[in-house]
Write a protein that binds this ligand. Structure first.
Ligand SMILES: Cc1cc2nc3c(=O)[nH]c(=O)nc-3n(C[C@H](O)[C@H](O)[C@H](O)COP(=O)(O)OP(=O)(O)OC[C@H]3O[C@@H](n4cnc5c(N)ncnc54)[C@H](O)[C@@H]3O)c2cc1C
Length: 471
């Protein structure tokens, strides 16, 4: 059983932390991007070094007070928001945002966990390197949050997700001890991999305070194409063709449905839409190739081959960086357009590539059987990861469909499960999907997760109620 923050506990914290570290939480720390939760916090703490994080966590553990780790607050599953009582201490990492070191010749960068993702990308770029994790939320999301959620985004196809981009971690365990695992090694088979346990644990096993990150070479030439495809199945055949032709040169491959363009027209008309008539299905392709190759020529050759196979029937190849940015602006503004429309139910799912077209067809049928809705299906199709989001028809709003939401979610997740997929491809479990994890998760895996949680955090102070039900 956890305890609330009392004046006596706050006084004890003031003994071990500087005054400036303890603050009142402004309203923005209690909100989340989709407005689904209203947060409660007993106190907010913003440490400036790992010693302060350690002192805070140790004090919370002694007093059995919950700790809620907070990065950029862009998580989409309520992991950074607690509505439960007693309200936990919100631990914001925003003042630990330094880039500690860059080793360009090793392709390594060490950042504190409060560094904003875009700042990590910029630091890598200044060193002539690429940090390829890329999300529409990169201007706010912090690297600790990215690792805690094992974030994906548009570069996974080529570079992997956050887990694949991390060599080592510094972290504070639930009893306050500091684990120094900030290794720069690429090979280290010395027992259990604590780094991989903490990555994706959503703040339930410890606080990530710094990370060693893997960098890559910046592709010498890049190009962007927006191709109209006949169907999602044709999009996957195009991906296979593109990989045969260009190998690892395919940096991103994103599926966009007409609904995405329509929502942009409705909510964000200032975002330029490249087609006069929005295509039913299109894919946004990025290629990045070594010096001496011609990215636009490669895309043109791919388009021609795909045309001959009947996979594409129209397309645009960016003629400048500005035009490439314009194509990407469409993709990157779709989440904001979705937010402005207001989904009835959003699903971040993955299925094996071979089952993806079937998922879309059967998913649309299952939703139509429940009622009249608009579906915006888009995402990282090359990873088998789709955002299959269900919206009200014009003139209605999400509250009108509150009773439909559980049926919609169950219909989509049952289908994903049947097809061997995942009910959370990249956003995590947070508080939103705890019941789904219990319903669809493998029981042996769930029991092992519970045993790990109880072993590392016997008092259950770390992000109580996220991922696993508070015990
Ligand atoms: C417009 C938009 C687009 C997005 N696109 C993508 C996408 O393409 N791919 C994707 O994967 N996600 C996406 N997201 C979701 C979100 O941006 C990611 O989950 C991101 O990794 C969260 O980082 P954050 O710093 O905001 O974490 P927060 O939201 O602050 O926290 C997320 C979780 O991590 C925990 N946490 C945070 N920091 C730490 C830490 N230092 N140590 C331990 N635990 C911690 C929190 O307790 C919480 O459980 C998107 C979100 C938005 C709003």
């Amino acid at each position: 059983m956890l305890n609330p923050v009392t004046p006596a506990f706050e006084a004890r914290l003031r003994d071990v932390l500087p005054d400036h570290a303890i603050r009142q939480a402004a309203p923005r720390y209690l909100e989340e991007p989709r407005g689904r939760y209203a947060g409660q916090v007993g106190l907010m703490v913003s440490p400036t070094d790992v010693g302060q994080v350690s002192a805070l966590v140790a004090a919370c553990n002694d007093a059995r007070v919950g700790v809620l780790p907070y990065g950029g607050g862009t998580g989409l599953v309520g992991g950074q928001i607690s509505e439960a009582s007693p309200a936990p201490v919100l631990l914001s990492m925003e003042r630990m945002a330094a880039i500690r070191a860059v080793f360009p010749e090793e392709n390594v960068l060490i950042a504190e966990s409060g560094a904003i993702l875009a700042d990590v990308q910029a630091a890598a770029d200044r060193a002539g390197r690429l940090f390829p994790l890329s999300l529409a939320s990169e201007g706010s999301a912090r690297i600790g949050g990215n690792l805690a959620t094992n974030a994906g985004g548009t570069g996974v196809l080529r570079y992997g997700n956050a887990r694949d981009l991390c060599l080592g971690l510094e972290a504070v365990l639930p009893d306050g001890r500091i684990w120094n695992g900030l290794t720069r090694l690429r090979k280290d088979n010395t027992g259990y991999d604590l780094r991989n346990l903490l990555i994706g644990s959503e703040g339930t096993l410890g606080i990530i305070t710094a990370a060693t990150l893997k960098l890559s070479a910046i592709p010498a030439v890049t190009g962007t194409g927006l191709f109209v495809v006949a169907s999602p199945k044709a999009a996957l055949s195009l991906l296979s063709m593109a990989r045969d032709a260009l190998g690892e040169g395919i940096s991103a491959f994103e599926l966009i449905h007409r609904q995405g363009f329509d929502f942009l027209a409705e909510t964000l008309p200032q975002v330029r839409r490249p087609f006069d008539q929005p295509p039913e299905w299109s894919v946004l392709i990025d290629v990045g190739l070594p010096r001496g190759l011609d990215a636009q020529g490669a895309l043109a050759g791919l388009f021609e081959m795909a045309m001959q196979e009947g996979l594409v029937d129209d397309g645009l190849i960016a003629q400048s960086q500005a035009q490439s940015d314009e194509f990407w602006a469409v993709r990157e503004h779709i989440p904001e357009a979705n937010r402005l429309i207001g989904s009835v139910s959003s699903h971040d799912i993955s299925v094996p590539l071979g089952a993806l077209a079937e998922f879309i067809t059967r998913g649309e049928e299952a939703i139509a059987a429940i009622g009249e809705f608009r579906i915006n299906c888009f995402g990282h199709v090359g990873d088998g990861n789709l955002h299959f989001n269900v919206f009200p028809m014009p003139g209605r709003n999400r509250q009108d469909h509150a009773e439909d939401r559980p049926r919609i979610k169950a219909a989509v997740h049952d289908l994903v499960h049947e097809l061997g997929g995942s009910i959370s491809a990249e956003h995590g479990i947070g508080r939103l999907k705890v019941a789904d994890l219990e319903r669809y998760g493998d029981p042996v895996k769930l029991a092992a997760m519970r045993a790990i949680k109880d072993a590392l955090d016997p008092n259950g102070i770390m992000n109580p109620g996220a991922v696993l039900r508070a015990s």
